[in-house]
Structure formats: structure tokens, C-alpha cells
Design a protein around this ligand. Sequence first.
Ligand SMILES: *Cc1c(COP(=O)(O)O)cnc(C)c1O
Length: 478
Amino acid sequence: MAPFSKSGMSREDVFSRLQAFRQNDIKWQDGRVFGYIFDPGQAVQDIAKQAYTMFLSENGLDFSVFQSLLILEKELAAIGRRHLRGDADVVGNFTSGGTESILLAVKAARDYYRSIRPEITAPEMILPTTAHAAFHKAGHYLDVNVVRVAVDPTTFRADPAAIEAAITPNTILLVGSAPSYSHGVVDPIADLGRIALDHELWLHTDACMGGFLLPYFRRLGAPVPDFDFTVPGVSSISMDLHKYAYTPKGASLVLYRHKDLRKHQLFACSHWIGYTIVNNAVQSSKSGGPMAAAWAVLNTIGDDGYLDIARKKLGATQKIAGGIAAMVGLRLLTQPDMCLISFTTTQGSVFHLVDEMNARGWYIQPALSFDNSPAHVHLSINASNVGREEALLADLKECVAKIGTMPTGDLVQLVQSGLVGIDLAGLSEKELADMLALAGIRDEGLPHRMADINGVLNALPPNVREQLLVTFVNNLFS
Ligand SMILES: *Cc1c(COP(=O)(O)O)cnc(C)c1O
């Protein structure tokens, strides 16, 4: 048997099969999903698709061959520079997403300090606990040690004094978010900038979520603290386009205060037998589609269009946050600075709430407890959610009433008892598989209700959670 169709499928069969694969996907088209999907509406989607397919085959590997992609990337970086109020020295590049932008910024910081402070052989970056997981990934990939610092327990903003106290002779990089994904609050970037300047450190603002949208919220009169290149001490900023700029996925920017910093992001190779390599970013061969689509969407919606969308999102956020704050059984974790809301339950399991809402066709995202933040629900409010506020609050109210009586804990206790006397740092594959089986997960299966597995994960220490997740996925993709 050939590993795929031997004689080729008909066009019709290809698309009917592809369509069938989507059967269990979340239905996002009617605005009941609060995350993952950034839907600009059908008309803009159509333009994005046309621009994407127009540049589908062009290869970003070599911008001397495809000069269109050089022009597009420079235009997009210039849009980012002006949007984030950078001066003429600010430069940037297009990447496949926030993770790639962050990987590149951490690499640039690492290599910059290698050049100016070669005595630092075990570099460290200081992360507030709300800094996105992509920084942990960057540290893991690039051998930069992560030093975690707790955020303020009531505002969930980074704590500048605690960060300054964590600086060691090995520190190279500080990170602040605008806003944090988890709680939607903007860190005190100006304070972090002062600390970075005092200690000659690199400060990265992670504005993956807010870089594009916050300037519009500021224009609408919302209190938005400065986080961009106007803040002294900010060396680099990541800003996704495939979130609140509504471009197709595979679109982000990473920007630097000056070319001398960005230089350390680039990679060239002449030590092999083959074509000359010089890469801006992580990928080498890459489609021109995401860049062309991003350019098309930005210029189709336009500045006025984005301001209008922002106004609607601001209104929807205020309605939903207000409704949650007033609801018996729920607690808003903090007042958000943008349109990301975090809340938890005061009676009943937050994970049951997520499942109950899911059963009613909503997608709201669960988050495990960590450090001083309880397990909670995250909502990213979107243009497509506008108009659904009342329905969401009504269903939340009914689900909250229901979960109060739903049992929790048996399974969690079972799994915890299974851990007694076991070396948590070195769990065997068998022990991990047994634990997953206890939680109702066997090979190749995704559980229907997630409350049990989330409850189990939530009760375990983070390093065990990570081992379980790796084992689970290692089995799932086989
Ligand atoms: C989404 C996000 C990222 C990671 O971006 P991806 O595009 O998912 O790789 C990083 N930081 C923040 C604050 C984010 O919201």
C-alpha cells in the first residue's frame, strides 16, 4: 500500500475528505469562541485568502530573487515601527508568530551580551510569572536560564522591586508584558525600563497581544500605560498581527530600538557545500502568503476600521467583565487593561464550568493554578463576540448554578495517592501512563470532558504536569 493515494484522488474527493477531518473541530463561526480565532468577518477573510494564495508559492528564503517579499517585509516593519512610536532608528522583521518573535529577541539579547560581556557564560533572563511560556521555550532552546519572579497578588502586574532584587551578575534580559495573556494587565514597563538602564540590561516588551490594539484603546480614552519605544530602556518589542490585527495565522513582528541590536538576530552560513544562507528569522524556505495576507488585511481594514473594531471590543469587555464581577459564584481576578478577562469560581470547580459552557457551544479557556494565581477561566474578547455578551452571561449564570453540586476530587485524590513515595523528578513512562489511565486517558484518545484531566493536572506540581503532558502527546501522535 502506498502511504497516500496511489493514483491520485479527484479534486472532489480531496475536499470532501478534508472537510470530514473538521468534524470535531470547534464551531467558531458564530462568535461563541473566546480565544484561538481572530475573525475579521467574511469580506476581509476573502481578501486575505486571495492575497495569501497570490503569494503562496513565492519563497521568503531569498529576497533577492523575490523582491516583492523584501518590499512587503519592510512595509510591515515600518507599520510596526510607527504604530509603536519608534523613531527612524527602529528596525524589525516579520515572523511566523509570537513564539518566533520571542525566540529571536531572546537570541538577539543573548548574542549581544556575548559580544559585549563575554565573561557571562550562564546568562539569565528574569521573567514575571505572567510572562508567556514562549520565553521559557526560548530559554530551553537557547540555554538562557529563567529566573521567575512572582507578580503582585492583587493586580497580577510585574513587581519592579522584586525584579530588581533578582538581578545577578549573570542577568542579561528583563521582560514585561503589554498586556499579559493570563490576566490582561499591562506591566509597569516604565519602571522596568529604568531598572534596565540602571543595570545595563536588555528589556523586551512582549506586546504580542496588545501591541496592535492598545494604541486604539488609548485613542478611545482607556487608561493605557506606556509600553512602547517611547519608554526609555525598552530594547525590543514583539507584536503579533495574527491576533488583534486580524491577519491570517503566521504573522508577527519583532522590532528593535536599533540595528546594532537587531544584528544579533540574523544568521548567515557559508560553512557548507550549497547555496549561501542569510536568514532574518528562524524559518528558511517559507511561503510569501502570510506576509501578503497581513499587508492586505491591514490596508483593507485601515486605521479607522481598527478604531471602530476596538470601540466595540472595549464596550463588550466592559459588559462582560461587569457582569462577571456582579455574578454570585464568580470572581473577576483583576480589572483588565485591554480585552482579556480572567475569572474564577467561588463555588464549584472552574473546570466543570468550562465543560458545562462547552456543552452549550461556548469555548472558554481553562488555566491551571500557578504560584499566586488560582485556576481560572480566560476570555479573549473579539470582534466576532460582540453582540453575544448577554447570552454568554446568561449561560454562565446557569452553569454556575449547576456546578455547585458537581462532585470533584476523587480522581485527584487517587492520582495523588499514586504519587506517594515516588520520585517526582524521575517518573518512569509506565508510572506516567498509569497516571494518565487513572485520569481516564488511554492511548490515542482525547477525553470528551476535560474537567477530570484538568483537575488532576491542577493538583500536581508543575514539573509533573509537564511530564504528563509530554507523555500524553507522545502517545497521541503515534
Ligand atoms: C499569543 C502570545 C504569545 C505567543 O504567540 P504565538 O503566536 O502563539 O506563538 C506570546 N506572548 C503573548 C502575550 C501572547 O498573547
